[in-house]
Write a protein that binds this ligand. Sequence first.
Ligand SMILES: [Zn+2]
Length: 173
Amino acid sequence: MRVGIGYDVHPLVAGRRLVLGGVRIEHDRGLDGYSDADVLTHAVIDALLGAAGLGDIGTHFPSDDPEFKGASSLRMLERSVAMIVDAGYRVVNVDCVVIAQEPRIHPHLAAMSSNLAHRLGIVEVNVKGKSPEGLGSRLRRWPPSTRFDPTGPSGASRHLPMNGEEQSRVTGH
Ligand SMILES: [Zn+2]
């Protein structure tokens, strides 16, 4: 069994839709990025690719690829799952944490889990929500090297206001 960790962060800006785990959430701002900037799905993709030893999201889905401009990140997830299966692995379970100061994402967690599980072809997807308790604005002033403790997933609580982190397990068959 192999385990991967994914992490991602996107800025929250005006004039963008907010999409997390493929769920459109009504909010006055959204995440900025080349695709739909679905930070949760991006972190899941990175964890899956990492667990399988297949690099990262930027390698397979470069941000200048016109196919993915404004695209649903769930499509990238489907492609990633196909790569993992081709490599002889299958996804066993996925556990995620979304850290967001705003909006409240708790009402949407079940829908996010369902979307991801559907694309992954598994039922064991768990999405959790955490608030940084107002610490996000302080974190933005920190130098990048202090934002993340790479020694383990416990570093998640030190991340920027809107991000996704998850662990996944893949196993050969
Ligand atoms: Zn991203």
